[in-house]
Design a protein around this ligand. Structure first.
Ligand code: MF3
Ligand code: CO
Ligand code: CO
Length: 265
């Protein structure tokens, strides 16, 4: 266990590589954000993500990952995660999570944002706000050497207080030269997360998925990817790649534009 954790601690040069990957990924999010509007198809967003990534000399991590067919995930309304971009045209009232992951010189940056398209229902707005706030609450709670469980211990009470639920089947993850590494970062406390610790030099994601209704998820059998809420009520998510430092968690995928910590949707 100790061995496994030690390997994930990056040296200063590797830390710089992760900072760069995070920066590139955030720049892509800033580039694409103005296009995420009513009238655009999720497939068109994917095309633009693909083109920008290649034009800048990088690779979309999801393309071909376990046979995933696209360069990003677009998860609309009741879709929790892993929605596959297609010809669906975003419309007024939708919420859509855009999750992008870039490989920059072999290192990964991974982040997502939920967008409100035009005027959305109060439930869709509130679940988006909850996912946003839970992500920052958890990131701000982290201290060097803390347990991974601190993330879930921060998020679950906050989501429940607002009448929402926390997805358990899908979790955050360590990342670096690989997309998904140990430790697993559940957004609820469990046995393993009470053991795993976050030491300076470790990189991982915080990416809570918050549901308006039941926490239970169902994966679409026909495409093998799209994960929906069992009750069809909305779900929202935000994700940042962070690095633990001697001073706490440093966000590597922070954007120049878009909603900043404390934003009210
Ligand atoms: N970006 C997602 C994450 O945050 C993973 C997407 S994997 C895919 O971990 F294959 F569905 F694209
Ligand atoms: Co992601
Ligand atoms: Co991730």
């Amino acid at each position: 266990m100790l061995q496994k954790q030690r390997k994930l601690i990056l040296n200063p040069q590797q830390q710089e590589s992760m900072r760069r990957a995070g920066r590139v990924n955030a720049t892509l999010m800033d580039f694409i954000r103005p296009h995420v509007q009513a009238g655009i198809s999720t497939g068109k967003i994917d095309e633009m993500v693909f083109q920008w990534t290649l034009d800048n000399g990088h690779k979309p991590a999801t393309l071909g990952y376990q046979n995933y067919p696209k360069s990003c995930c677009t998860s609309v309304n009741e879709v929790i995660c892993h929605g596959i971009p297609d010809d669906y045209v975003l419309q007024d009232g939708d919420i859509v999570n855009l999750d992008i992951t870039t490989i920059v010189d072999g290192w990964h940056g991974d982040q997502s944002e939920t967008f409100l398209i035009g005027d959305v229902s109060e439930e869709r707005r509130a679940v988006t706000q909850c996912a946003f706030d839970c992500m920052y609450l958890a990131i701000d709670a982290l201290t060097p050497g803390c347990t991974v469980a601190l993330i879930g211990e921060t998020i679950v009470p906050e989501a429940h207080r607002r009448g929402f639920s926390v997805v358990r089947e899908y979790v955050g993850h360590g990342l670096g030269r690989q997309f998904h590494l140990d430790p697993s970062i559940p957004h609820f406390p469990n046995r393993q997360s009470r053991i795993d610790r976050l030491y300076p030099g470790m990189c991982f994601t915080v990416e809570p998925m918050i549901n308006a209704g039941t926490r239970y998820a169902r994966c679409d059998k026909s495409d093998g990817w799209t994960v929906r809420t069992k009750d069809g009520r909305p779900s929202a998510q935000f994700e940042q790649t962070v690095m633990m430092t001697e001073n706490g968690a440093e966000i590597l995928t922070g954007c120049k534009d878009g909603p900043q910590k404390g934003h009210q949707f």
